[in-house]
Design a protein around this ligand. Structure first.
Ligand SMILES: *Cc1c(COP(=O)(O)O)cnc(C)c1O
Length: 394
């Protein structure tokens, strides 16, 4: 008999039944009142999630569309930006910016490490003509969490705009936009938000809105000021992704059922569960210190092929994990633990990993990895409400 499918991939992630039922409802018209009311109701929820007083725009595109909208809306051809490049998605920032004719200064970071705020400071000091910093909150290709709060503390003292790809961070680990003084924060629907792919969200600080209004975007589809005017009327510029918006309204209710701290604590606890289990299996991490809370990237012992392990875990257990990217394709496995997943799903992932390693790699590992992982999970959850969870880059 077939197994239940468990998506432990770093996006798309599994969908809760409550959201699926909303997605399955009859189509409604996007210019009529029910839709407008939903979009208005969503604003408050999205502002809570983003930690901002500003409008949060729904965009009808995947996450990369929102990255594109940010670059086109905030910078002119010929302007210069600093790109933090420590993985695939950092590279994507550069590719998008260069396509727009923006000059990129690349700050290269070894894959698996986080950029330091000192390195950002040096780059900004060295080149006063930089107009923006483009960075990931969580670099999903490596599982690294960049120190956004520290970077924002630098950029907010200058007129350099900080543009943050929070696609695998929003709803997963704290990234309060206004508190930290982020100028642009964006995310996609298929990671922490428990929705199918195809919807993105983007918010700008007030000074970023000023810049966006100054720039005449040469892009017909993505026009942030026009999109904002529509959004304030409960509308989107073009036909709305109606089902995804209705689904988002439901998933936001689920995410905000308790408070955000509780959501982040759960993500932290799942991260501790995964990391403890992986460590008990005798494996190393690609991101040993600055790690994200939505996925864990694991280095496999030499000679064990990641694609084979991933394949066996999927075929034998119904557990879908991801391999590494580029040069890490065959040596790294990424275990996603974001979205509608709980401790039992992640334990299933650990077991599928262990079993597949033994079968495919002839690897032998301790047997109490599951117990150790569960202990770490319970320990992490014991953090009392209101008590700070460990700092974002502990
Ligand atoms: C998934 C992801 C993207 C890409 O999003 P798409 O929806 O595939 O366009 C970009 N950046 C990060 C950090 C991601 O995790």
């Amino acid at each position: 008999m077939r197994n239940k499918i468990r998506l432990l991939t770093p996006g798309p992630t599994p969908l809760p039944e409550r959201v699926r039922l909303v997605l399955a409802q009859d189509m409604i018209h996007h210019r009529k009142s029910v839709f407008k009311e939903t979009l208005h109701a969503l604003q408050g929820k999205l502002r809570t999630l983003f930690g901002t007083q500003e409008v949060v725009l729904p965009l009808s595109c995947s996450g990369t569309g929102a990255m594109t909208a940010a670059v086109h809306g905030l910078f002119k051809p010929g302007e210069k930006v600093l790109v933090v490049e420590g993985g695939k998605f950092g590279q994507r920032w550069r590719n998008i910016a260069q396509t727009r004719g923006i000059e990129c200064v690349t700050l290269e970071v070894p894959w698996g490490e986080a950029v330091t705020s000192q390195a950002i400071q040096e780059a900004l000091t060295k080149d006063p003509s930089l107009r923006g910093v483009l960075v990931q909150a969580s670099e999903t290709s490596t599982g690294v969490l960049h120190p956004i709060k520290d970077i924002a503390a630098l950029t907010s003292k200058t007129d350099v705009l900080l543009v943050v790809d929070g696609i695998s961070a929003v709803g997963i680990s704290p990234c309060p936009m206004d508190d930290w003084k982020i100028d642009c924060l964006l995310t996609g629907s298929q990671k922490g938000l428990m929705l199918p792919p195809g919807l993105a969200l983007l918010a700008l600080s007030s000074r970023a809105w000023k810049k966006a209004e100054e720039i005449s975007s040469d892009c017909f589809y993505f026009n942030l000021p026009k999109e904002r005017d529509n959004c304030l009327k409960g509308q989107t510029l073009f036909t709305s992704p109606v089902n995804l918006i209705m689904g988002l309204n439901e998933s936001m209710d689920m995410l905000l059922e308790a408070d955000l701290d509780e959501l982040y604590r759960k993500q932290w606890a799942l991260t501790m569960l995964t990391r403890t289990g992986v460590q008990a299996l005798g494996l190393d991490f690609l991101a040993p210190s600055h790690f994200t809370w939505g996925l864990t990237s694991v280095r496999l012992p030499s000679g064990v092929s990641a694609p084979n392990v991933v394949k066996m875990a999927a075929e034998y257990f119904g557990v879908y994990m991801a391999g590494g990217q580029d040069h890490l394709k065959s040596s790294v496995i990424r275990i996603g633990h974001m979205g509608w997943l709980d401790w039992a799903d992640v334990l299933a992932g650990l077991h599928a990993l262990q079993y597949s390693l033994v079968q495919v790699g002839g690897y032998s590992a301790s047997r109490d990895y599951l117990e150790q992982a569960l202990n770490a999970y319970h320990h992490a959850l014991l953090v009392q409400p209101g008590q700070a969870i460990p700092p974002a880059h502990s």
